[in-house]
Design a protein around this ligand. Structure first.
Ligand code: PHE
Length: 344
């Protein structure tokens, strides 16, 4: 008797384990378990040999075998068809094919230029300070000794926030000077990199947004000579030459004031164009911090003096990487950006 049961169980196991690889093998399976002369049919006949109290259990088991065969067949047929249509065709995968290359990003030329500038000043003991892009009128202008009627405040140059005469997009990084001096007493030795905004016509040489690095050094006995030496060292490290030129200039927040040019020569067309045929590249404004500015920001001008500078980054990046149009920095065209992959 137990052998009759074992027979059925063996078929059930066989059905579960079946894995035909082709249509032919599947057909073999169908004939064996579901065909007109299938192996399960005779098992139903065996029921007459099963003791009465086990007939029910036996009948259920045989039915189970039959249903398992039907289910398995449907399943296998579907799998084979899917493989045929290529959905699941593991044979067609070529694992030796090289993968798709991963696109690596690259640093933006403004960022690499900025990093170089920051690292040069860090080596001289400057630390990095930051201020907000959206500034108030006081930090951007008033504290920096720029009177109400100064042309720099003109609506045509400054982007004010809509409906505001108080909040604006900073026109330079100089307001960070005020923020730092308000927060700490000398010695102060900071640089402040960041984005600035001016309402200017966008062209190959000027843009409505660009980047600056502000510098501020305040302590007892800081002189113009200290400033010149600091800037010469910077020129040497950044451009490979200490040859600089300080031209007298004016800023409301420095006295005396100067603009600094670096000698880039005119030995090729690019340098000729970038320096407008002079060989000199103007890169920054600077000067001794006006005593009025120190006082505005809570620092005693009878005890302390300092120098400050503000340099544009775009023009230096243009010189560094032979870029002829400032707009390229802001368009994020990957054909442009990809060229800086090797630069770190
Ligand atoms: N803020 C000035 C500018 O944007 C540059 C500058 C900074 C000049 C600090 C002197 C001192 O043009």
């Amino acid at each position: 008797m137990s052998e009759t049961f074992a027979n059925v169980k063996r078929f059930i196991e066989e059905i579960a384990a079946a894995s035909p690889k082709s249509k032919d093998e599947l057909e073999q399976f169908r004939i064996r378990f579901l065909g007109t002369k299938n192996v399960i049919k005779p098992l139903f006949g065996e029921i007459k040999n099963v003791p009465n109290e086990q007939k029910k259990e036996y009948g259920q088991l045989v039915n189970e075998a039959k249903e398992a065969a039907e289910r398995k067949f449907a399943e296998l047929q579907e799998a084979l068809e899917a493989a045929d249509s290529g959905d699941n065709d593991t044979d067609a995968l070529d694992f030796t094919r090289p993968g798709e290359p991963l696109e690596l990003g690259s640093r933006h030329p403004i960022a690499t230029t900025l990093n170089r500038i920051v690292s040069i000043f860090q080596r001289m003991g400057f630390t990095v300070a930051e201020g907000p892009d959206i500034e108030d009128d006081w930090h951007n202008f008033t504290a920096m000794n720029t009177p109400e009627d100064h042309p720099a405040r003109d609506m045509q140059d400054t982007f004010y926030l809509q409906g505001s005469t108080e909040m604006l997009l900073r026109t330079h990084t100089s307001p960070v000077q005020a923020r730092v001096m308000m927060a700490q007493q000398p010695p102060i030795r900071i640089i402040a990199p960041g984005r600035v905004y001016r309402n200017e016509t966008i062209s190959a040489r000027s843009h409505a947004q660009f980047h600056q690095v502000e510098g501020l050094y305040v302590d007892e006995g800081v002189s113009f000579a200290d400033m010149k030496q600091t800037l010469m060292y910077f020129a040497q490290e950044m451009f490979g030459t200490p040859k600089i030129r300080l031209r007298p200039s004016f800023f409301p927040f420095t006295e005396p004031s100067a603009e600094m040019d670096v000698w880039i020569g005119m030995d090729n067309e690019k340098n000729h164009r970038l320096s407008k045929g002079t060989g000199w590249l103007e890169i920054l404004g600077c000067g001794m911090v006006d005593p009025q500015v120190l006082e505005n920001c809570g620092i005693d001008p009878t005890k302390y003096s300092g120098f400050a500078f503000g340099m544009g980054i775009e023009r230096q990046a243009m010189r560094l990487y032979d870029i002829h149009d400032i707009r390229l920095f802001f368009e994020n065209d990957v054909r442009f950006l990809r060229q800086f992959r090797a630069v770190v």
